[in-house]
Design a binder for this molecule. Structure first.
Ligand code: PLP
Length: 481
């Protein structure tokens, strides 16, 4: 597979270069595969569905197979995924895809662990160390730190916004020793991202150091996230009739989104043949993409702080990839767009717990509420309202169509006819946001052992202003050339 640049389609580079460079230093664009090959039909139609690892291998070899031999790729996958992504039914038409069973209890483990092993494989004959820079709004830092910790020939610098991530998240990314260092930046996530992006375009630094990124801008984080979309959609396709008595339901995936890397991975899986009818782009108050779907205007903005802080992104970098894959009309056909404020998020955690006994984290809660509203009348309401502008105005006591944006995707009919089932991506373990969960439903989920352990480690973060010169000075004095 070759990779091209979102800002220059004449570019053609290898997987190796796309992985090690992270993004284009010439154009500032992002790398995307030149095509999205379909998986063979007999493989997709196997009953029971293939295992997660078999799916991961079949997808990975299409994107990396010319460069990494099959045996090594298999070993990378086995080593990256000693954990699982269970599909848990919440009601007859709703499934939670639990993506928090990795070491840091969030879905970013899937991308980060694959990326770390690919980088390490590509770096195996190099003399100079590879320096990974990563800006995080919450879970990226810990996932990347954990994925690279003690990997030889590499080091990681994590930049995170002071006071804008949970105390547990902070512990998870600031307590590494050895090759992983955390910088606590006095600013927002967007500031952290700007510092990293500026470093990548700084020719002076690039001459001195081998730099690479590990944000969701790195394509080797996005490709592996497509594994679980493929897996979950095949699982749900094979069991939906038993659960819902709906034949061949339209499968809708609700994605709690911030930087939109996860949703981009869903688009990749769909393009490769995953039986997914469409997506819900679900955000918190950082509603840049829902506004784009609704108005057609893309207006990045400063991020605002919310309870689902790993989604606090006002200028999502993967928008550029989504837009390179699909224009506005096509995006409108594929996505419902939905946003939810903090109060709605708390109510969602409570409502899901009351109705199903299942405890959501604040990120998954946004996605769950979006699917719940859409299937329980919000989409039908929208279809009626938009198809008949003269219809009587909505009664005052009627619940407004909450955060569903006025856009009717091509799968709306299936939802209205009750022919759809939803997969909600549960992107973090609820115990990572114990206070919020307790506030919402009165119960505090217990910490898994792997989280309990980091609470007792000493904090090693270095404080810094959101100032590029200070950051650059730190790099020049602390990183090995
Ligand atoms: C990062 C993150 C998200 C948002 O994912 P994007 O790929 O940035 O859209 C959602 N939930 C959790 C728990 C996260 O850590």
């Amino acid at each position: 597979m070759f990779y091209t640049d979102t800002r220059d389609s004449s570019v053609q580079i290898s997987f190796r270069q796309a992985v090690l460079d992270g993004m284009s230093t010439q154009t500032g664009g992002l790398y995307i595969p030149v095509s999205y090959p379909g998986l063979p039909k007999p493989f997709l139609n196997k009953i029971p569905e293939p295992s997660f690892r078999d799916i991961a291998f079949e997808i990975a070899r299409l994107y990396a197979g010319r460069e990494i031999p099959d045996g090594d790729l298999e070993a990378i996958i086995a080593d990256a995924y000693p954990f699982f992504s269970p599909v848990v039914p919440l009601d007859t038409v709703t499934y939670s895809l639990e993506l928090f069973h990795g070491p840091t209890c969030a879905f970013k483990d899937f991308g980060a662990r694959f990326m770390a092993r690919c980088m390490s494989w590509f770096n195996r004959d190099e003399k100079a160390p590879l320096h990974i820079l990563v800006a995080t709004s919450g879970d990226t830092g810990s996932a990347v730190g954990s994925a690279f910790h003690q990997v030889p020939g590499l080091d990681v610098t994590i930049l995170y916004p002071a006071g804008k991530i949970s105390p547990l998240q902070e512990k998870q990314l600031s307590t590494f020793d050895g090759n992983v260092c955390a910088l606590k930046v006095n600013g927002t996530f967007d500031d952290c991202q700007r510092l990293v992006k500026t470093a990548f375009t700084d020719s002076d630094l690039r001459k001195r150091f081998r730099l690479s990124s590990a944000n969701s801008i790195n394509i080797s984080r996005l490709l592996p996230q497509s594994f679980y979309y493929m897996y979950a959609s095949l699982v749900v396709r094979n069991r939906a009739w038993r659960d819902s008595k709906i034949e061949n339901p339209a499968i809708i995936v609700s994605v709690p989104s911030g930087n939109f890397g996860n949703l981009t991975s869903g688009l990749i899986a769909r393009a490769m043949g995953a039986p997914i009818a469409g997506f819900i782009a679900a955000t918190n108050a950082n509603r840049t993409v829902p506004d784009w779907i609704a108005t057609g205007e893309y207006a990045p903005r400063p991020s605002v702080q919310t309870l689902s802080n790993a989604m606090d992104v006002g200028a999502p970098s993967n928008f550029e990839r989504i837009h390179a894959m699909y224009d506005l009309d096509r995006a409108r056909a594929l996505f419902a767009a939905y946003w939810l404020d903090d109060l709605g998020t708390l109510e969602a955690i409570k409502a899901c717990h009351t109705r199903t006994g299942y405890i959501l984290d604040p990120h998954g809660a946004v996605a769950w509420q979006a699917w719940s509203d859409i299937r329980n009348g919000a989409m039908e309401h929208l279809v009626k309202a938009l198809s008949n502008p003269d219809a009587a105005p909505r009664k005052a006591d009627e619940k407004p169509a909450s955060g569903l944006m006025p856009n009717i995707p091509e799968w709306a009919g299936a939802v209205v006819k009750k022919q759809a089932v939803g997969i909600v991506l549960e992107t973090a373990h609820p115990a990572k946001f114990g206070d919020t969960v307790k506030l919402a439903c009165g119960r505090e989920p217990s910490l898994p052992d792997r989280l309990e352990r980091v609470l007792h480690l000493p904090d090693r973060a270095v404080s810094m202003e959101a100032d590029y010169n200070q950051f650059k000075y730190w790099m020049r004095t602390n990183l090995q050339a």
